[in-house]
Design a protein around this ligand. Sequence first.
Ligand code: NDP
Length: 400
Amino acid sequence: MGKVLIIGAGGVGTVVANKVAQNSDLFTGIMLASRTKSKCDTIAEDVKRRTGVTIETARVDADNVPELVSLMNGFKPELVINVALPYQDLTIMDACLEAGVHYLDTANYEPKDEAKFEYKWQWAYREKFEKAGLTAILGCGFDPGVTSIFTAYAAKHHFDEIHYLDIVDCNAGDHGKAFATNFNPEINIREVTQKGKYWENGEWVETEPHEIHQPLTYPEIGPKESYVIFHEELESLVKNYPTLKRARFWMTFGQEYLTHLRVIQNIGMARIDEVEYNGQKIVPIQFLKAVLPDPGELGENYTGQTSIGCRIKGIKDGKERTYYIYNNCSHEAAYKETGAQGVSYTTGVPATIGGMMFMKGLWKKPGVYNVEEFDPDPFMDQLNKQGLPWHELFNVDLEV
Ligand code: NDP
């Protein structure tokens, strides 16, 4: 049990605030802090109305370590749940070290001036967290997060060796807009326009963006064209499961989405460097974010569901086995419960469960860890209780 400081008041922050309040037996004090305090206040009022639980709010610039340290020293949280942007990971980790607070996030660090996400920057904090006796839990959303825990669960219970891993992420929802991203547009567009990359026979294989694709069939949804992209959990999973011969990540995109994306790139609006405009410097992708629909506002008219899971092939008792574990999440149900759509929900619920694992002392060890390095069982149990039930299929055609 202990106090929690949530940083970031976007779609994911909304869900974390709701779910943490629903579990206020473990989270004995809650503060929501972000760049714009009014957004925190709106969320806190909504959570109070839904759950009766009071959330304190504060303004903080999470790029500024002294500001963060002073906020932490004032509120004295046990744990920070960082659901701001990946750019803030290192400053928040620095502040946690200074104030003696444990840390959890859902996305790995990315420098603002380079569309490149890698764990190396955060893994470099391992010794500092160990020495300080503090736990840092990295990548505790859905993907990364639940997909990594699904893999850990499969490796623990169903396989002696896992050989082939295909993480499959389908959003079959419809938000009624011509083009919108489901989470922060800047981070999302940087992620999906990168070159593809997957692991095979001990090395990374690079592809052109969206070069490899095929239809995959998703439960209760049907076939959807799916594309191999690089996704951050692959980096830690191939390290933690060295028996993997191949590991890939697939994501569904509609034709309309891809056409918009191509145009955005071709006209230079995906650029992350500064350009001169009317005597002022602007970053095109940041300007684009300002005119695109706010992902946090998509929920009201969002229908359909997401389906994310792991398709695994490996060996059990000397025999080859295939295994598919997945969760389907309804956008409408997510909105009804928390006021946010399914993509924010599938990220915010696991972040909260990670916080619960920490508060219960189950996921607590000094150092910096990816989620698959902890015991998956109590987390899997909570997924069923907190709104993200999972299903298993054995010896099915994995299609990949
Ligand atoms: P949003 O853009 O909706 O929200 C981000 C929030 O962080 C906003 O409230 C923003 O403030 C705040 N923020 C940004 N910069 C600062 C700063 N310097 N100081 C304080 N607050 C700041 O993003 P989402 O909620 O959609 O996503 C949140 C995180 O979740 C991202 O890191 C994203 O990558 C991650 N994510 C992870 C997924 C997973 O499955 N693992 C899936 C989806 C998202 P303001 O409101 O003022 O702009």
